[in-house]
Each structure stands twice: as C-alpha cells, then as structure tokens.
Design a protein around this ligand. Structure first.
Ligand code: NAP
Length: 331
C-alpha cells in the first residue's frame, strides 16, 4: 500500500501554492518505537502555517524544510502503533502531515485522544480545538474583557475570529467584527448576532470604525494598516491582543504601526499570545468551550473541501477570504 503526501518543493511566493507544493507518493509509513501512524480523516487549514513555509527563522516556529511533507493538524484513527498510550483504533488529533497517513511521535506532535462520543468531529478542529482555545484565551486572558466593554475582532468571519466575537458576547461585551465583504458582515450581524460589522473591502473603513464609538479590546488577526486605523480609535487603558498578522503572511510584509505612539497616549496594553503556550490548559479550556457548544451558545460554520488532491484550493481561501468559518479538508 502507498501513501500520498504534499511535499514542499520550494518556498511559495504570495499564493502560488501550486508551484511550491506537490502531491507525491511514498510507501505507507511503518511506526518505529514510540511512533504511531494516523489514518487522516480530516486536515485543518490554519492561516498561521503559511509562516512555516517561509525561510524566516525569527518566527514562533522554525521554517519547514523544503523536500519534507507539509505539516498541519490532522484528525484520524491510529492505524498502526508502537506507542503504549495510543493503541490502534484510538481517535486522535495531532500535528501530522498533509497526507493520507501521518507518521508521528505522539508526544512531539501534541497528540490528544478525542472523545468519540462528540458527534461532529470537525468541532475538534474548531471550537474544541486550537481556534477555540485561542479565541477564549485572547478575549478573556490577553484582552481581559470585562462586562459592558466593546470588543473588536479582525478577520471576524474566519475560524478564530468567529469564535472570538461569540465569546465576547457570552462574556457580556459588545462585539464588533471586521470582515471582507457585505455577505460576511451580514452573516456576522444577522446569523451570529454580533452588535456590528465593518466591511474593510468597501473602501470606507475609517467611517465604519468611527461608528463603533471607542474600542476597549482589539483582538487582532490581521495587523498591517488596519491596526493603525484601530489604534487611533482605542479607548484609554484599552488592550490590543495580537493573535495573528494574516495580512503579512503571503505579502511578506512586516506590520510596523505608524500610530505606535497611541500606545502611550492612550495608555494601551499590547500583547501577543500563542496557543502552544497554553496547551497544558487545553483540557480546562475545552471543557468550558464544550459547555457552550453543547448548549448551542456557540456555532461554527464549516467550509469543507473533499479530497487530499484539493488541499491547495482549501488552503488558498484563508488568504483570499473565500471562507466563512473553519476551513477543513475531509479525506
Ligand atoms: N496566536 C495563536 O495562537 C493563533 C492560533 C490560531 C490562529 N491564529 C491567527 O488567527 C488568524 C486567523 O487564522 P485562521 O486559521 O482562523 O484563519 P481564518 O480566519 O479562518 O481565515 C483567514 C481570514 O483572514 C482574512 N484575511 C486574509 N488576508 C487578509 C488581509 N490581507 N487583510 C484582512 N483580512 C485578511 C480572510 O477573511 P476576510 O474575507 O475577512 O479578508 C480569511 O478568511 C491568523 O492571523 C492566525 O495566525 C493565531
């Protein structure tokens, strides 16, 4: 039997993923001592992985080597095991490969056993996974959101953002989102029920941001010039929780706020946060998120693509804005 995997041939320029990544065949991997092979059922598409494809060595993770398989979160059953804690048949989530089968050391890959009783397994990528933890942590811990405050989230219709705005509402804040396009903004206000949405693609961002009337917490997924526009509209003693800088990832730019002095003028706290830093609290975060998921207080739309061969179409959506909610590839 053979395996197929996406090999990194070269560093992508912008969004030319089809030139930089190639689907190739290899023999089915065999686990060595303390390794497992996962039969991937689903792949999670995450915008942050775009940075691993660059040659930057000053990011929060070293670059992936060319000639190796593309890495990402996967869900699947253990197909072969030489690790006593992960017997064959166990349902797991781990950092594996964009492949039919992932070969991993479960400890290094952050493998977690999943409760098979959860009906919609996609939730383990979204609200019950890294996006959920990140949204909750960023709003509650880094953003220190308090009842009655105004929270603004960028990339608000994406996987992390759509959870962040809902969590802000659940914590009795006024929740606003920035998203690209009228349909996303309609979705956020009418289907998700947030207080207001700003369409940054409509060309009149500043007027729309003024409508919010002062921001206490900015949960930023985007960075770039949008951050400057928000800094000048922050309330005194506001918090800017830096979750991601997606506008830089494909463009290769680096966010350098021109309005940096507003941090002093408005006495802002600006702090980055990164989900692996609080992975040890995953169980606690998941159980809180699960209560909201089970009571349908949180919803997550999924953008599902089928087939390993179609991964790049799904991946590209993260950078063109083609998705609402969590982008997943089902194999
Ligand atoms: N700190 C952490 O631990 C952590 C963990 C998970 C994710 N993140 C961050 O969270 C952010 C979202 O990631 P995700 O995986 O959940 O993806 P996602 O939000 O589902 O998809 C990315 C979204 O970003 C928006 N976008 C793309 N390019 C943009 C640009 N140039 N300007 C403005 N918006 C743009 C697009 O929506 P529009 O149509 O609105 O443009 C797109 O749908 C990323 O910055 C990622 O690095 C951080």
């Amino acid at each position: 039997m053979s395996n197929r995997y996406w090999r990194i041939e070269s560093r992508p320029e912008g969004m030319n993923f089809s030139q930089a990544l190639k689907l190739v065949e290899s023999p089915l991997p065999e686990p060595e001592t303390n390794q497992i092979v996962i039969r991937n059922a689903m792949l999670s598409m995450d915008a942050g992985t775009r940075m691993w494809l660059t040659d930057r060595t000053d990011g929060y993770q070293p670059p992936l080597e060319t000639g190796t398989a593309m890495t990402g979160l996967v869900i699947g059953e253990v197909a072969a095991s030489k690790h006593p804690d992960f017997p064959e048949g166990t349902l797991v989530r781990a950092f594996g490969q964009w492949a039919d089968y992932s070969l991993v050391d479960p400890v290094l890959a952050g493998a977690v056993k999943l409760d098979p009783a959860v009906k919609d397994k996609r939730a383990w990528f979204g609200p019950l996974g890294m996006n959920g933890w990140t949204a909750l942590w960023g709003i509650e811990q880094t953003g220190a959101a308090k009842e009655g405050e105004t929270v603004l989230v960028s990339a608000a219709a994406g996987a992390t953002g759509i959870l962040a705005v809902q969590i802000a509402k659940l914590l009795d804040c006024s929740a606003w989102g920035i998203a690209g396009g009228a349909e996303k903004c309609r979705y956020l206000t009418q289907e998700i029920g947030i207080d207001g949405a700003v369409d940054y693609k409509s060309g009149i961002l500043s007027d729309q941001l003024d409508r919010i009337g002062g921001i206490d917490i900015y949960f930023d997924n985007v960075g770039g010039p949008m951050l400057d526009q928000v800094l000048t509209r922050m309330n005194h003693y506001g918090r800017v929780a830096i979750c991601g800088l997606v506008s830089d990832y494909s463009a290769g730019t680096r966010t350098s706020p021109a309005e940096f002095d507003q941090i002093l003028m408005r006495r802002l706290r600006v702090e980055g946060f990164f989900s692996p830093d609080f992975m040890d609290q995953g169980e606690r975060l998941t159980s809180r998120l699960k209560e909201w998921v089970d009571s349908e207080a949180i919803t997550m739309p999924y953008d599902v693509t089928r087939g390993l061969e179609n991964v790049l179409t799904a991946y590209e959506k993260l950078f063109t804005g083609g998705n609402i909610g969590k982008v997943i590839v089902e194999l």
